[in-house]
Design a protein around this ligand. Structure first.
Ligand SMILES: Nc1ncnc2c1ncn2[C@@H]1O[C@H](COP(=O)(O)OP(=O)(O)O)[C@@H](O)[C@H]1O
Ligand SMILES: [Mg+2]
Length: 321
């Protein structure tokens, strides 16, 4: 996990051109400034998380990127194309999965995908093969010939994902794709996005379920009040739970080596319990385990209190709206 921190010394390697470039994009709805001069880059071959609270502008931004909403100001490039002035070229390269996927009641899942394949001018024979393959990918083969309207919410989400992939897009935009998916389908989604990124796709995925994004994303872009914000980096120091069979042995040792800690859980020093303390990343954790074990402290587990995305998110000074 790395954060999209603007830093010329940490500039990514120049080889892969950015799949998505957004510069100073604004879009208002009446008096609401949904996007307020946002900047963002997402690179080919990577899964980028778009993280922000409700109302921060995620859906508005994704609609602009998908060419479905014209920005008031600023510029957008999708695989090098401007969705406003080069709409067809940009859309041909963009796969878009909205947060809620409406289907036509009378069409089957297969017909929905074939209809979109036809809209993308994929020849019928190729389309049939591609649609079968996609139905299998999203585990909807057995529902292929049932009306899409009878699918569950999670199944409709998966159909929406298949639809977004019909034309093998270079840039994939997903708005809250994991909502409504069961745990197995979420794992499948994560593996699929990873595979697409490995094949060179630019994947931008929004969610408020941070743990999920943390598992699937290589980079994170934080959005607040329609702007990109840089959270305080949290990858170096973070709060960890350190647990031992004997709370007393743990705290006595920590104090003796001059470590600072706060009580976690467990009240009896004779029994198991945990403390909270600042740990310098994985390397710091490894050193802590080594030293504790060498000192005979019966450690049982340790881990960050929350994921690094969640910690970064919580450092954003943000009012929900
Ligand atoms: N069509 C619209 N008309 C009026 N206001 C809108 C419209 N779409 C979004 N907004 C407002 O723009 C802001 C950003 O919304 P949105 O992009 O949906 O946020 P998010 O997806 O991050 O929850 C919110 O304040 C929302 O109420
Ligand atoms: Mg939204």
């Amino acid at each position: 996990m790395s954060f999209a921190v603007a830093d010329e010394f940490l500039a990514p390697p120049p080889a892969a051109p950015p799949g998505i470039v957004v510069r100073g994009v604004s879009r208002a709805f009446g008096s609401v400034r949904a996007l307020d001069g946002i900047d963002l880059e997402a690179r080919a071959g990577r899964v980028t998380a778009l993280v922000g609270p409700n109302g921060s502008g995620k859906t508005t931004l994704l609609l602009v990127l998908a060419g479905l909403l014209v920005p008031d100001a600023g510029s957008v490039r999708i695989a090098g194309h401007d969705p406003v002035t080069e709409g067809p070229a940009a859309r041909a390269r963009t796969g878009w999965m909205p947060d809620a996927f409406g289907t036509w009641d009378s069409l089957t899942a297969r017909q929905v995908l074939l209809t979109f394949a036809a809209a993308y001018r994929i020849p019928p024979v190729t389309a049939r093969l591609r649609v079968d393959e996609l139905l299998a990918t999203v585990h909807l083969t057995e529902f292929a010939d049932r009306p899409a309207s009878v699918l569950s919410r999670g199944q409709k989400q998966r159909l929406g994902l298949a639809r977004a992939l019909v034309h093998q897009p270079d840039v994939l935009l997903l708005d809250e794709p994991a909502s409504g998916l069961d745990p197995r389908s979420r794992v499948d989604l994560r593996l699929l996005l990873r595979r697409l990124a490995d094949d060179g796709c630019t994947v931008l995925v929004s969610s408020h379920v941070l743990a999920e994004l943390e598992e699937m994303a290589d980079d994170a872009v934080f959005i607040s009040r329609g702007r990109t914000v840089v959270p305080t980096p949290v990858t170096t120091q973070s709060t960890w739970h350190v647990r031992a069979l004997s709370l007393g042995a743990l705290t006595t040792w920590l104090t003796s080596v001059g470590a600072t800690w706060q009580p976690g859980d467990g009240s009896s020093p004779d029994g198991p319990g945990s403390v909270l303390m600042e740990v310098s990343g994985e390397a710091g954790a490894a050193a802590l385990v080594r030293d504790a074990v060498a000192a005979g402290v019966p450690l049982t587990s340790l881990g960050p209190v929350t994921g690094s995305l969640e910690q970064a998110y919580l450092t954003l000074e943000e009012e929900r709206r």
